[in-house]
Design a protein around this ligand. Structure first.
Ligand SMILES: O=C1O[C@H](COP(=O)(O)O)[C@@H](O)[C@H](O)[C@H]1O
Length: 266
């Protein structure tokens, strides 16, 4: 368990947040591309894709550092719902509508890793989870010694109950140690059948950023950053496991009244 504290950034508006999320993501991209030939990122659904699109589709200042090199991106999903890829509840569809379909051709196209559409109607989403794990293994487990995939960046949301990915409070999946991808059959938030990256995968990433905005997140953020009250919430477990690799991008209403020793500026 990491002892260092996560970083908390708070902005007056979602636009101001998106403006700062862009250099954060591009720094992770540039660092990744100096180490290997691709940028390996996992993204969530919910409110995240809209903010991410605002960040990444903004005009570049023209420098190579400020340019998304999408052709070198591998995009996975931090969690996905077991629905067809064109369904309103699909995180893939959301990302496609908000970001992927709007990337200018000159920036190149990322390699996107959706779930296997042939298994979304299975009674049990375990096969879907296993196939997704195999997809991850093709990229990350070139050597037998690889125990966990190391993402360059994972972008997360935080639900009003403190869930992140499809890891829900009090759920047994929070104790999963071995699988990279787990199946969820009884999500308290519809739809009930989902797959999710597991906690060890999330906390092994080189960088993890939450995006949480709006007054509706205020109470849960108070609980998460109050070490006693919210210590077992899934988002708090990411903080504890990831330490200062974890950054929270929030707006002022989401952190109104949240006491936190390390409010950073980027
Ligand atoms: O169900 C989900 O919810 C979370 C949180 O969504 P938000 O709208 O409160 O940001 C999301 O991160 C996750 O990917 C999604 O499947």
């Amino acid at each position: 368990m990491a002892t260092a504290q996560p970083n908390l950034f708070s902005f007056p508006s979602t636009d101001a947040l998106a403006e700062q999320l862009r250099p954060y993501v591009l720094r992770a991209q540039n660092a990744a591309l100096s180490r290997h030939d691709s940028f390996r990122i996992a993204v969530s659904g919910g409110s995240l894709p809209t903010v991410l699109a605002r960040a990444l589709l903004a005009p570049s200042n023209g420098s190579p550092e400020d340019t998304p090199q999408f052709a070198k991106w591998h995009i996975f999903f931090a969690d996905e719902r077991a629905v067809p890829l064109d369904h309103d509840d699909s995180n893939y569809r959301l990302l496609k509508d908000e970001l992927l379909s709007k990337i200018p051709a000159e920036l190149g196209a990322p390699v996107v890793h959706p779930i296997d559409a042939d298994h979304v109607n299975d009674d049990d989403p375990q096969e879907l989870a296993d196939l997704y794990q195999e997809d991850l293994m093709r990229l990350f487990a070139a050597k037998d010694s690889v125990k966990l995939p190391i993402f360059d960046l994972i972008l997360l949301g935080c639900g009003p109950d403190g869930h992140t990915c499809s890891l829900f409070p009090g759920h047994e999946l929070l104790r999963e140690k071995d699988s990279w991808v787990a199946a969820e059959t009884n999500s308290p938030k519809p739809p009930p059948k989902r797959i999710t990256l597991t906690l060890p995968v999330v906390t092994s990433a080189l960088n993890v950023a939450f995006v949480a905005t709006g007054a509706g997140k205020k109470d849960i953020l108070k609980a998460i950053f109050d070490h006693e009250e919210g210590r077992d919430l899934p988002s708090a477990l990411v903080n504890q496991g990831g330490g200062d690799k974890v950054s929270w991008f929030t707006d002022h209403p989401a952190v109104d009244g949240v006491s936190f020793p390390r409010r950073g500026s980027l």
